[in-house]
Design a protein around this ligand. Structure first.
Ligand SMILES: Nc1nc2c(c(=O)[nH]1)N[C@H]1C(S)=C(S)[C@@H](COP(=O)(O)O)O[C@H]1N2
Ligand SMILES: [Mo]
Length: 424
């Protein structure tokens, strides 16, 4: 900070100040758009805007390259100035690590198809971690330095201690120096710093701890089964391969996604239907549905946004069996899936729907699928990104034309295949 200002008088000091300012604006835009992209709340509200927001985030993210490269060009000179100032050196390294880390992991997330799910997974972890560590530091840094926190009278300080944000504004530069008055301000500033630090710790701390717990897979941190709000009786009885799960238990944790309030079901408001271009429209209530013969599969689950859950042991009905039970009529080309949330839908071609691993799942790792994760019944599409995995699935319709699903209507790729998939 100070180092930037002591160099103000030199030619490149101004450049450093403007880099700092540009960088601050970019980081602000990226923080807001990034938090909106991860925040579950915004999924529901943004709709198509979400895809635009994602593109904006990518473009502004790439624009970070400009201040980073520009700084690196000046870095050698700046570094010499920082001789004997280890704290400031550490500060510069911290910021550079943040920016470059965000950039590289962001590019991997952007190019998720090229990178594949494993790399995207790691990149998302790094992107999140840097955000969790970097953002509070940046917010702290910004809040403890904005003008309105200081009493007008006491804003008159020697140039060296004027924060960059102020120094770069015209008002900041014209302020007269009055070193004698600086003293009382430090205590006020000290108080503000402690207050802001405590505020950040209280507001962001618990979420950070929860995120760390989930990311590092501490047992019990993502126990949705314990808070399952579905009340369907009887419980499905797991097959031997499910309990204990032959996959050994899922690795990773689901991020709960929904575009509506999370629904909950009981025997009175749940049923499952196959209709449309079928020989025989079929409908089951829960008691009937749990009696249908199930199978078990172990598969990985990948969201396009970069997170994955590996080795899920799913138990349910292969979709092809359900299709055979209903009898698909010759005119049918597409299978449309409806969610019990009343809003979400998606589709597969008939060929895709008949793949071995497409499952109407009822259990996960030997337990009923909790309502947060789409239970009692969700679709599982291991070779496609999970936006195809319709949660709270309660109706399957055979149709004779193309159908574009919820997220695909809002800009997601109609091609949901994983890079490793055998396309049909
Ligand atoms: N009904 C419904 N199904 C849905 C979604 C949704 O918002 N609503 N999100 C999809 C997306 S994008 C993903 S990644 C997975 C997430 O599943 P999870 O919430 O169980 O982690 O559900 C898919 N199925
Ligand atoms: Mo997703």
């Amino acid at each position: 900070m100070k180092n930037l200002l002591t160099t103000l008088r030199k030619g490149y000091g101004k450049k450093l100040v403007s880099i700092h300012l540009w960088n601050a604006w970019l980081v602000l835009i990226l923080a807001v758009s990034g938090l909106m992209l991860v925040g579950g709340f915004w999924r529901e509200l943004l709709g198509e805007g979400r895809v635009w927001l994602k593109w904006g985030h990518i473009v502004f993210g790439l624009a970070l390259l400009i201040p980073v490269v520009y700084y690196l060009l000046l870095a050698a000179k700046h570094w010499k100035r920082l001789k004997g100032k280890p704290a400031q050196k550490a500060n510069v390294l911290f910021v550079l690590t943040l920016l470059i880390g965000w950039l590289i992991s962001g590019v991997v997330l952007w190019q998720f198809r090229l990178a594949g799910p494993r790399a995207a997974n790691t990149a998302l972890f790094i992107h999140d971690l840097l955000t969790w560590v970097g953002l509070p530091v940046i917010i702290y840094h910004s809040i403890t330095r904005v003008k309105w926190l200081k009493e007008p009278k006491k804003r008159t300080i020697v140039a060296e201690t004027v924060p960059v944000e102020e120094a770069s504004s015209p008002a900041g530069r014209t302020r007269p120096a009055a070193p004698s008055e600086a003293q009382p301000m430090y205590s006020r500033r000290g108080f503000i710093k402690v207050a802001v630090g405590a505020g950040l710790a209280v507001t962001l701390g618990p979420t950070f701890v929860r995120w760390i717990g989930k990311s590092l897979q501490f047992p019990g941190t993502a126990d949705y089964a314990a808070s399952n709000a579905n009340a369907l009786v009887p419980d499905p009885i797991p097959l031997a391969e499910s309990a204990p799960p032959i996959g050994g238990g899922a690795e990773g944790s689901f991020r709960v996604y929904t575009v509506t309030a999370i629904p909950a079901f009981d025997n009175s408001n749940w049923s499952f239907t196959i209709d449309g271009l079928v020989d025989k429209k079929l409908s089951w209530n829960w008691e009937e549905f749990v009696k249908l013969q199930r199978e078990v599969q172990v598969s990985d689950f990948h969201c396009v946004t970069g997170w994955s859950v590996y080795k899920n042991t799913w138990e349910g009905l292969p979709l092809s069996k359900l299709l055979d039970m209903a009898g698909v009529q010759p005119g049918a080309v597409m299978v449309k899936f409806y969610s019990g949330d009343g809003v979400y839908t998606d589709s597969l071609t008939l060929d895709q729907a008949r793949m071995d691993d497409i499952m109407v799942a009822v259990m996960h790792d030997g337990k009923p699928i909790p309502n947060q994760l789409g239970g009692p019944v969700r679709l599982v599409t291991p070779q496609m990104y999970a936006y195809k995995s319709v949660k709270w699935l309660n109706r399957i319709e055979l149709i004779n034309e193309d159908y574009v699903g919820y997220w695909e209507q809002r800009g997601y790729d109609k091609d949901a295949w994983l890079p490793s998939a055998k396309r049909v």
